[in-house]
Design a protein around this ligand. Structure first.
Ligand code: UD1
Ligand code: CA
Length: 456
C-alpha cells in the first residue's frame, strides 16, 4: 500500500520586529545555518512529500536563499494570522494524507518529537507545560482531561491565564478535514486575526479525535523573537552538538565553549580544547589534538597531528603526525604530507609541503611546492606576486633555506641546495650547492662615530 502523503507547512511570514534587523527573522542563523534551514532539514528527515514555506517580510530574500531547496514558496500579504497563513498554502497540499504545521522561527524541535506527533491520527497538538506560560495560547481541557479549545493570552480570562499547558503552535491534522476547518475560520477575537488554533473546536464538531504530544526538552519548542533568544538557542544548539560528539568519544575540554557551524567528523581519541570554531566540513582523524582558540574550516587533518593554539586552517589537507602552530595560518590549497612542522606566524596558500619538511617561524609560502625533508628558515618569504600575476616557487627535496630569504618566483631551488641566510634569490639555485646573494660583509677600520655639533 502506498504511504499517505505528508505535507509540511512552515509559517515564516512574520517580520520579527524585535530582531531590529533588515534580515527576515527566519534567515538569522543558529550554528551558522538560517533558522529556516534547520526546520527544512527536519522536514527532509520526515520525508515530507511537499513542503510549503509561507513567507512575507523581506521581499524575495527568503525564497532566494533557499532557491535550490525542494520547497514551494507562497507569499502571505497582508498577514492576517496563523490560520490565514496556512490558508495560503492550501492550493499546494497533496490531498488525502496529513499536514504538519511548523514555525520557521522555532528551529530546534527534535526529529523524534515531530515523528511522534505525526504518527497518530486526528488533530495532534504539540503542547508543553511551562513554569511561565505568559504570551502563549493556553490549552483548555474539560474535566475528563480532553482538549476543548486553545485560548490566546489576549483573549483569556484570569482562570484561563493560570493554565500552564501551552500551545507550541506546532500541530498536524488530516489534510482534507483541515482544509474544511480553515474555510470556516473567522477573525472575531481580540487581535482580529484568523487563528489556526480555532481548528480545535471545529475538529471536535466533526468528530475528529484531538490529542497532544510533548517534546522531551523545553528548548525544542522555543521560538526566536529577539537577539537575546537567538543567542540562547545558539548555546542550546551548540551544547547539543558538543554532547553528540562526546557521546561518540570526542574529548571536549569544555562543551560550553565549543562552536560548530557545519559538519565535524572525528576519529577515536580526538581532543578539542576550549573556544575552537569548526566551519564547513571538517574531519579530524584518530588522536588529533586541537589547541585552544583554533578555527578550522573545510579541513582534513590526519591521525596524530597536533594543532597548537590559535591556528587557522581553511581549505587545507594536513597529513598524519604533523605539528601545526601556535599561530599558524593555513589558507586554501594547502596540502601537507605526514610529519610536517608548520610553526608560529607561518602562512601558507596553494602550497604543498612534502614529508618531514619544516617551516617553524615567521614565513610566507604562497604558490609553492616544497619537497620532503626541506628546512625553511625563519623569515623566508616566497615573492609569488609581481603585481599582476602569481608565480610558483619549487623547493626540491632536502633543500635548506637560510633565514630571512626571499625567493622571487618563478624560481626553483634544486634538490639538496643550501641558500645562505639573507639572500634574495631571483634565479634557479642548483642542486647540492650553496647559493647566496647577499653583499659581502665589510668592516671599516678606524671609523669614527659622528660627534654632536655644539650649536651655541
Ligand atoms: C501563536 C499561537 C499561540 C501559540 C504561539 C506559540 C495562534 C492564533 N496562536 O501565537 O497559541 O502559543 O503561536 O508561539 O496561532 N505567522 C505568519 N503569518 C501570520 C501570523 C504569523 O506566517 O499572519 C507566523 C510567524 O512568522 C511565526 C508564527 O506564525 O513564525 C507564529 O506567529 P506569532 O505571531 O509569533 O504567534 P502568535 O500568533 O502570537
Ligand atoms: Ca500574533
Amino acid at each position: 500500500m502506498k504511504k499517505a502523503p505528508l505535507n509540511v507547512v512552515i509559517l515564516a511570514a512574520g517580520k520579527g520586529t524585535r530582531m531590529h534587523s533588515r534580515l527576515p527573522k527566519v534567515l538569522h542563523a543558529i550554528g551558522g545555518k538560517p533558522m529556516l534551514g534547520h526546520v527544512l532539514e527536519r522536514t527532509a528527515a520526515l520525508a515530507s512529500d511537499r513542503t510549503i514555506v509561507v513567507y512575507g517580510y523581506g521581499g524575495d530574500a527568503v525564497p532566494s536563499v533557499f532557491a535550490n531547496a525542494a520547497v514551494e514558496f507562497v507569499r502571505q500579504e497582508p498577514q492576517l494570522g496563523t490560520g490565514h497563513a496556512v490558508q495560503q498554502a492550501l492550493p499546494y497540499l497533496h490531498a488525502g494524507g496529513t499536514t504538519l504545521v511548523l514555525y520557521g522561527d522555532v528551529p530546534l524541535t527534535r526529529f523524534d518529537t515531530l515523528a511522534n506527533l505525526v504518527s497518530k491520527p486526528g488533530l495532534r497538538l504539540l503542547t508543553a507545560t511551562l513554569d511561565d506560560p505568559s504570551g502563549y495560547g493556553r490549552i483548555v481541557r474539560d474535566k475528563n482531561d480532553r482538549i476543548v479549545r486553545i485560548v490566546e493570552e489576549k483573549d483569556a480570562n484570569a482562570p484561563e491565564k493560570s493554565i500552564r499547558e501551552i500551545n507550541t503552535g506546532i500541530l498536524c491534522a488530516p489534510t482534507d478535514v483541515l482544509r474544511q476547518w480553515l474555510s470556516k475560520l473567522t477573525n472575531r477575537n481580540a487581535q482580529k486575526e484568523y487563528y489556526l488554533t480555532d481548528v480545535v473546536p471545529l475538529a471536535i464538531q466533526s468528530n475528529t479525535a484531538v490529542s497532544s504530544a510533548q517534546p522531551s526538552d523545553e528548548w525544542e519548542i522555543l521560538g526566536v523573537n529577539s537577539k537575546d533568544q537567538l543567542a540562547y538557542l545558539e548555546r542550546v544548539h551548540q551544547l547539543q552538538n558538543a554532547r553528540d560528539l562526546m557521546a561518540r568519544g570526542v574529548t571536549l575540554a569544555d562543551p560550553w565553549r565549543f562552536d560548530l557551524r557545519g559538519e565535524l567528523h572525528c576519529g577515536t581519541d580526538v581532543f578539542i580544547d576550549v573556544n575552537c570554531l569548526f566551519e564547513g566540513k571538517v574531519r579530524l582523524a584518530d588522536d588529533v589534538k586541537v589547541g585552544a582558540g583554533c578555527v578550522l574550516r573545510n579541513a582534513d587533518v590526519g591521525a596524530g597531528t597536533e594543532i597548537a593554539p590559535y591556528s587557522h586552517l581553511d581549505g587545507t589537507v594536513v597529513g598524519a603526525n604533523c605539528r601545526i602552530g601556535p599561530y599558524a595560518r593555513l589558507r586554501p590549497g594547502t596540502r601537507l604530507a605526514d610529519e610536517v612542522h608548520i610553526g608560529n606566524f607561518v602562512e601558507t596558500k596553494a602550497t604543498e609541503v612534502g614529508r618531514r619538511s619544516k617551516a617553524n617561524h615567521l614565513s610566507y609560502l604562497g604558490d609553492t611546492t616544497v619537497g620532503s625533508n626541506v628546512n625553511i628558515g625563519a623569515g623566508t618569504i616566497t615573492c609569488n606576486y609581481d603585481g599582476a600575476n602569481k608565480h610558483r616557487t619549487v623547493i626540491e627535496d632536502g633543500a635548506f633555506i637560510g633565514s630571512d630569504t626571499q625567493l622571487v618566483a618563478p624560481v626553483t631551488i634544486g634538490r639538496g641546495a643550501t641558500i645562505g641566510a639573507g639572500s634574495t634569490i631571483t634565479k634557479d639555485a642548483p642542486e647540492d650547492s650553496l647559493t647566496l646573494s647577499r653583499a659581502k660583509q665589510v668592516t671599516i677600520p678606524g671609523w669614527k662615530k659622528p660627534v654632536k655639533r655644539n650649536t651655541k
